[in-house]
Design a protein around this ligand. Structure first.
Ligand code: DGL
Length: 265
């Protein structure tokens, strides 16, 4: 059985590859819904529908554990999938999201009284980060910023134009003097250095924290780990292949990645 990693597009490759580097012995199946990306401005209902289709695909293709690398899907669809979909269809499989481990990581790095969250519009609207941060520390002040321009800029090689836009998004966090920042979107791993430069406070980047969290989860759940095959096989499936796909996959995954086109039902 494999570890599945799902994202709305290719951004999750940054997280998938960092998990693969930390736990190289396992077999992985990455699924990116490149045909329907971005999810970040869609309704909760639609995100749930697309995420359920992706989970079905990954479970049908022998994934024991699925990591929802997509923050938007984690924020909107994870709870419902864990409470309704899994018990009914695949009771022995597991799905892990990004929000809880990222929120926990904030307090493992420092002891802030205020946290800024940078994410897609839909993740911000869901309030998921605020909820999980307050669960760890009830009185934490959370300022969420929706940054809809960042994903398209990163995807279209627009990094050289990003700094003034990023500074503008980060301005309210600077003014409020937040003591930590969470990058709540797959793509933002690529701009973590710029955010650190602007903010000058601890910045949680998921490519740095999620691999250790997954390793930890497997140690605590030998019943899941024992089912994982260890042939170092990697498959990267996407729902559409466009001319820029391979370049973007390289930029995000930091190595040559063979993408295979598949259909979700
Ligand atoms: N993968 C999404 C996330 O992490 C960003 C791209 C999108 O909007 O679909 O939130």
């Amino acid at each position: 059985m494999k570890i599945g990693v799902f994202d709305s597009g290719l951004g999750g490759l940054a997280i998938a590859q960092s998990i693969i580097r930390r736990l190289p012995q396992f077999d992985y199946l990455y699924l990116g819904d490149t045909k329907r990306v971005p999810y970040g401005g869609r309704s909760q209902e639609t995100i749930h529908e697309f995420t359920s289709q992706a989970l079905s695909y990954l479970f049908e293709h022998q994934c024991q554990l699925v990591i929802l690398a997509c923050n938007t899907a984690s924020a909107e669809a994870l709870r419902k999938s864990q409470q309704e979909y899994l018990p009914k269809h695949y009771p022995d499989r597991r799905v892990l999201g990004m929000i809880i481990p990222s929120a926990e990581a904030v307090f493992e790095v420092s002891q802030p009284n205020s946290v800024g969250v940078l994410a897609t519009s839909s993740t911000v609207e869901s309030g998921a980060y605020k909820r999980e941060l307050c669960r760890v520390q009830e009185d934490i002040a959370v300022i969420q910023i929706a940054a809809p321009l960042l994903v398209p800029l990163i995807e279209n090689r627009g990094q050289k134009y990003i700094l003034p836009i990023l500074e503008d998004y980060l301005q309210p966090l600077k003014e409020a003097g937040v003591e930590s920042v969470v990058l709540g979107c797959t793509h933002y791993c690529l701009i973590k250095d710029k955010v650190r430069q602007v903010m000058g406070c601890p910045v949680i980047s998921q490519d740095e924290v999620i691999p250790e969290k997954v390793a930890n989860y497997l140690t605590r759940h030998p019943e899941i780990e024992s089912k994982l095959s260890q042939s170092r096989r990697r498959e990267f499936h996407v729902t559409d292949i466009t001319p820029g796909c391979s370049d973007l996959a390289w930029a995000l995954g930091r190595e040559e990645i063979q993408l295979e086109k598949v259909v979700l039902k």
